[in-house]
Design a protein around this ligand. Structure first.
Ligand SMILES: [Zn+2]
Length: 154
């Protein structure tokens, strides 16, 4: 899936549970890191195309280790040393990325390298279905911002 769809879906999940977070800022930072870090394994991705992330791509193929929960759990553990709220955000953001990519034709192997079974869907990355999903997510995000603002102001 495209960067924008990952962000729109991640924000949707974040806003859905916004009122439950003890530290919304740290949780949001964790969320965004969790969503973005996964695609650093691709030199075509938004951040992965930066030259300073190239060394990551020498060691892992796209949609392999960085798209595995083994990586997600290691990352969560490392961030938890600094902040549990941020680590929680990271794990959820990471999970939203894997869920979306598992709906694409290319799929993901969420337990690589332990189990290499792929989970695939029917959506073409960057295709019309993804565009429709993106627009629906964007509208939902706007609605959730209004709902959360209303809850805060009450
Ligand atoms: Zn991905």
């Amino acid at each position: 899936m495209l960067f924008r769809t990952h962000i729109a879906f991640g924000i949707f999940i974040y806003l859905l549970f916004f009122s439950y977070f003890r530290n919304p800022i740290l949780t949001l930072i964790g969320f965004l890191i969790g969503i973005i870090i996964v695609d650093l394994d691709s030199k075509k991705s938004k951040f992965g195309k930066k030259w300073y992330f190239r060394p990551i791509q020498w060691f892992t193929k796209h949609r392999r280790f960085f798209h595995s929960f083994i990586f997600g759990i290691i990352g969560t553990g490392i961030i938890a040393i600094y902040s549990v709220e941020m680590a929680f955000g990271f794990l959820v953001g990471f999970t939203t990325h894997i869920i979306l990519d598992s709906q694409t034709r290319r799929g993901v192997a969420p337990f690589h390298p332990l189990i290499d079974t792929k989970i695939k869907g029917k959506i073409k990355t960057g295709g019309i279905i993804e565009d429709i999903i993106f627009v629906i997510l964007l509208l939902s995000d706007a609605l959730l911002v209004l709902v959360n603002t209303f809850i805060i102001l009450q």
